[in-house]
Design a protein around this ligand. Structure first.
Ligand SMILES: C[S@@+](CC[C@H](N)C(=O)[O-])C[C@H]1O[C@@H](n2cnc3c(N)ncnc32)[C@H](O)[C@@H]1O
Length: 300
């Protein structure tokens, strides 16, 4: 409906970590995402953010950065991340909606988003929000689920799948689960002000057969050879793309100036105990157990 905010795939209270990852035979998927990230991430940076960080599965890939911010809509997944990583000056936990981010411009010089955009019904809106939080010269690494992958093409040609993997529009195969055409993502990134760069074909061997016959080490060796082909022909189920922001790399804002009020956009926030108060519209945002909560303001 026009004017309605996009629906959110809500992971609050979910057991995503134990349901999907731990002991679920996805060592290959986890490892290949790290291979892609290590190949694409810049060697150093000031403030790193992961949008939709969940329980912080991939956050140890941010080791080279001075400060690390985990953003997610799910407070409970952030609490799981915090339980593992601890409270410190290095890690900041922020419950927020990627459609309405609480960060000023020049907040981050490195950003990633992995396994999240496939839940987003309004990709352009989310990419604009992310772009607005970055410095000139920043890097943004995006993972997306590719509708034009080999398996989808084969199924379509054999008449086993009704949607066309070559059509540019996203396909919602389950509610709030989308696959995207690489050209659609490229266009959306450019429209949001990014300069898309190298892509990697990730998880090409994500098939039960390969997992049965090949040891993990052999799969990863093959994966390392395959991934760089994504720039030429993105055809794997998961694609990683590194995007630049034009300009020479700028300085991120000081930690104290990081947030803005997501309700009115004012950066004039003052901390009062465990509450951030917006001095423009008087909205109050809680800091609970070390997690900044910008999902909704405290009632007056
Ligand atoms: C499939 S999980 C991936 C988590 C993590 N990126 C990983 O790869 O392990 C999707 C995550 O996106 C988050 N998410 C979905 N919609 C969101 C939104 N609108 N704003 C912020 N986070 C969102 C969910 O809460 C969930 O943690």
């Amino acid at each position: 409906m026009p004017g309605q905010p996009p629906a959110i795939c809500d992971y609050e209270g979910s057991s995503y970590r134990t349901d999907f990852w731990e002991g679920k035979g996805r060592e290959y998927e986890d490892a290949v995402e790290r291979i892609a990230l290590r190949a694409l991430l810049p060697p150093a940076g000031q403030r790193y953010v992961e949008f939709g960080a969940g329980f912080g599965r991939l956050i140890n890939e941010a080791g080279r950065y001075d400060q690390v911010v985990l953003v997610d809509y799910s407070r409970t997944l952030l609490a799981e991340a915090q339980a593992r990583l601890g409270r410190s000056e290095r890690y900041l936990y922020v419950a927020a909606d990627v459609y309405n981010l609480p960060f000023v411009t020049n907040a981050f010089d490195v950003a990633i988003m992995c396994r999240v955009i496939h839940h987003l019904a309004d990709v352009p809106a989310a990419l604009r929000q992310i772009r607005a939080s970055l410095t000139p010269g920043a890097t943004f690494i995006l993972e997306f689920a590719n509708k034009r992958n080999l398996k989808a093409i084969a199924r379509y040609l054999l008449g086993r799948q009704d949607w066309n993997p070559f059509a540019p529009e996203p396909v919602e195969f389950v509610k709030l689960n989308f696959d995207f055409h690489p050209a659609y993502i490229q266009q959306a990134l450019q429209a949001a002000g990014f300069v898309p760069g190298p892509r990697r074909n990730v998880s090409m061997l994500r098939l039960g057969l390969f997992k049965t016959v090949l040891p993990l080490g052999a799969m990863l060796a093959l994966e390392r050879l395959i991934q760089p082909t994504g720039s030429l022909l993105p055809i794997s189920p998961s694609i990683f793309v590194r995007n630049g922001v034009s300009g020479s790399r700028g300085q991120v804002v000081a930690r104290e100036s990081l947030f803005k009020c997501p309700a009115c956009g004012s950066a004039d926030l003052e901390q009062d105990g465990d509450v951030l108060v917006c001095r423009t519209n008087a909205e109050r945002w809680a800091i609970r157990d070390g997690i900044y909560d910008f999902k909704e303001p405290l009632s007056a």
